[in-house]
Design a protein around this ligand. Structure first.
Ligand code: ZN
Length: 348
């Protein structure tokens, strides 16, 4: 028996030295084992070949049992490790930080809730911001500064003189320029270590699924209900989290909508678009200039928290900021069983 094991070890290690694959070497060992079993079963006791290969079937079966146990234990361990591995990979798979980046993000990395893994998650994150206006602009600036690795911006507007009272990403000299390109110019100058993808067009039904599907998280800073509902519907269908905010006059509100994580969708909370006269646009109702700065920055805060898994998100909670009275309220929001967007898909 010892001789056979010696031959087996010899075949295995000589094979390895010659560059034979692990699989092929194991196959040879299996053939050898089957041959030995064959000799033990078919040859009569005392036969020289049967004696030379162990002389008894029992010892070989015990050995096979032990090897089998060891192999199943190893497979189990590998499976358990594979379960843990994906998270670690998302943090370490991308190319590492340059020294300038480490220095740039040092104040993040020092935070216990972000740290190195959180900063890596930011670098690997892909965030789409819909609208490069009042809310989108400050969100974009802080996401870019925070080192979010891939940022998409979609908007079909051009910079207007009347935008500049609040949309501080744009400048007087860029009036008439597409907002996405005006924004990209600023973001690129702010942080050259990130990828920026401008889409100078309106988000419509035809491209929504394909475009949003390229991202991990969507920020909605648009100013009309049709686009809001389209973004919500697409996010629900794709299982994407949506940070949606809105402002008017002195008040803003923001929440994170994510039915895939049992939070309501936007339409659970706002089932119908209000009549046009009840929801005047900023142009009609007015808006205090610093308000989008506050609420848009909150969108960036919530995005960064979500990406890093830090603290508690606004999932299932609607935050309302009343700038005129310096008052902040949080309202619990729930999924609606009859929501036309998220209930059918998730109840089945
Ligand atoms: Zn819903």
């Amino acid at each position: 028996m010892f001789l056979v094991l010696l031959v087996a070890a010899g075949l295995y290690f000589v094979g390895r030295a010659m560059g034979v694959s692990h699989r092929a070497r194991i196959s040879v060992l299996v053939v050898l084992f089957v041959a030995v079993l064959f000799f033990q079963v078919t040859l009569p006791a005392g036969n020289p070949l049967r004696e030379a290969t162990g002389g008894s079937l029992k010892n070989w079966l015990i050995l096979a049992g032990v090897v089998g146990l060891v192999l199943s234990y190893r497979t189990l361990l590998q499976r358990l490790r594979a379960r843990v591995a994906p998270q670690q990979q998302s943090v370490t798979s991308d190319n590492s930080f340059k020294p300038e980046e480490l220095d740039r993000y040092a104040r993040h990395i020092i935070l216990r809730e972000i740290g190195g893994p959180g900063q890596k998650a930011l670098k690997n994150a892909r965030v789409l911001v819909v609208g490069a206006g009042g809310l989108g602009a400050p969100a974009l600036q802080y996401l870019a500064a925070a080192g979010v690795g891939t940022i998409g911006i979609i908007d079909d507007d051009v910079v207007e003189n009347s935008n500049l009272q609040r949309q501080v990403i744009h400048t007087d000299g860029r009036i008439g320029q597409a907002k996405v390109f005006s924004a990209v110019e600023v973001l690129k100058a702010q942080n050259p270590f990130i990828n920026l993808r401008p889409y100078n067009r309106r988000l419509d039904e035809g491209i929504a699924t394909e475009l949003l599907g390229d991202y991990d998280l969507i920020l909605d800073g648009t100013d009309n209900f049709d686009t809001r509902y389209l973004i919500n519907k697409t996010c629900v269908a794709l299982g994407l989290p949506l940070i949606s905010a809105a402002i008017t006059q002195w008040e803003g509100q923001i929440s994170l909508y994510h039915p895939a994580a049992d939070a309501p969708c936007y339409q659970c909370v706002f089932p119908q678009a209000p009549a046009a006269e009840l929801a005047p646009s900023c142009a009609e109702a007015g808006v205090m200039g610093a308000l989008p700065g506050v609420v848009g920055s909150m969108m960036a805060v919530e995005a960064i928290k979500w990406i890093c898994g830090a603290g508690e998100t606004l999932s299932g909670r609607l935050l309302i900021y009343d700038a005129l009275y310096a008052d902040t309220r949080i309202v619990k929001v729930k999924r609606r069983a009859d929501c036309p967007i998220c209930s059918d898909k998730n109840s089945g």
